[in-house]
Design a protein. Structure first.
Length: 131
């Protein structure tokens, strides 16, 4: 089994829209996939990091979910380093929905994550834009 975490705008199952930047996502989808590629379970974890009035960074919160894989559109370098130091493989893809992101991972159509290069991560695009 593989546990995959994907930042999402709003959790509505497999049609959830992948959020453009990891740390700013309101929620994370946690998907468990069998060795044969079948989705076993899917659930939401709210982002309760300091950005949303809680404590800690989003990467710390996600690491507590024990993922094997994180799939994002955009992410900062510190978050990549922290997650990878905990054994989480971080990938990027331009999938629109959660279902597409999981499928891209299973088919090997994801790339190793690289940190966003723009300060503050404002004004850049990672594919689909919600607004």
């Amino acid at each position: 089994m593989v546990r995959i975490v994907v930042p999402v705008f709003e959790f509505v199952g497999e049609d959830s829209i992948v959020f453009d930047h990891f740390g700013r996502a309101p929620s994370f989808a946690v998907v468990e996939v069998s060795e044969s590629g079948e989705i076993i379970s899917m659930r939401e974890e709210k982002n309760v990091s300091e950005r949303f009035g809680g404590m800690g960074k989003a990467a710390e919160l996600v690491s507590q979910l024990s993922p094997d894989v994180l799939i994002v559109k955009g992410i900062g370098g510190r978050a990549i380093s922290l997650l990878e130091s905990m054994g989480v493989k971080v990938f990027t893809c331009d999938a629109l929905t959660l279902k597409e992101a999981v499928k891209a991972y299973l088919e090997g159509r994801v790339d190793a994550a690289e940190a966003c290069r723009e300060p503050g991560h404002y004004g850049h695009r990672h594919g689909y834009e919600r607004w």
